[in-house]
Design a protein around this ligand. Structure first.
Ligand code: NI
Length: 192
């Protein structure tokens, strides 16, 4: 089922995600629905917050973004990043391994809004997979960027928080418009 998205202005996006204690049948169903939602909206990553559930869960599939390369190291060996796609990360923790670089980002909670964001290129990722088994890998490029963007969501951090001042002020009108639209949609929903 494609779930409704939480857009900028929805307070759920600012919540700190609760850690997931067990992969229950509800979590399984949520993962299925999140993949369907992500594909429906043509995203490469989606955090549970973005479908209204502030928990430490995100899904990622970078296979459609063919023009932006990634690298992957699994068990100390180079591997094909596509070999682990699509991925589910539960309770992820991210360790930066090098200096930040700029790269373009968008977010399904911010339709038509894009900006250059500075993030470490290479990170170590530790998480549980969709079966609750521990996984660990090192990645760079788009995969690294997508994971860092999604892990931010799980802590209530949004990509606009990481934009430099000039980029963010250039988007100020669009951001205010989106925020107002989201807030009035929420007010209408709760009134009906
Ligand atoms: Ni996002």
């Amino acid at each position: 089922m494609i779930l409704p998205l939480a857009y900028y202005g929805n307070p759920v996006l600012r919540e700190k995600g609760a850690s997931v204690e067990a992969v229950t049948s509800e979590i399984d169903q949520l993962v299925e629905d999140m993949f369907e939602t992500m594909e429906g909206f043509r995203g490469i990553g989606l955090a549970a917050h973005q479908v209204g559930k502030p928990i430490q869960l995100t899904v990622i599939d970078i296979r459609t973004a063919e023009d932006r390369p990634s690298t992957l190291e699994l068990g100390g060996k180079e591997a094909d990043p596509h070999s682990i796609m699509p991925i589910v990360l539960i309770n992820p923790s991210i360790t930066p391994l090098n200096d930040p670089i700029q790269g373009p980002e968008g977010c399904l909670s911010f339709p038509e809004i894009f900006g250059e964001i500075s993030r470490p290129d290479k990170v170590r990722v530790k998480a549980l997979d969709r079966h609750g088994k521990p996984i660990e890998f090192v990645c760079s490029g788009l995969l690294s960027r997508a994971i860092q963007h999604e892990a931010d969501h799980l802590h209530g951090v949004l990509f606009i928080d990481r934009m430099d001042r000039a980029t963010k002020s250039g988007l100020r009108d669009e951001l205010e418009l989106l925020q107002d639209k989201t807030k009035s949609a929420i007010a209408n929903d709760s009134a009906s």
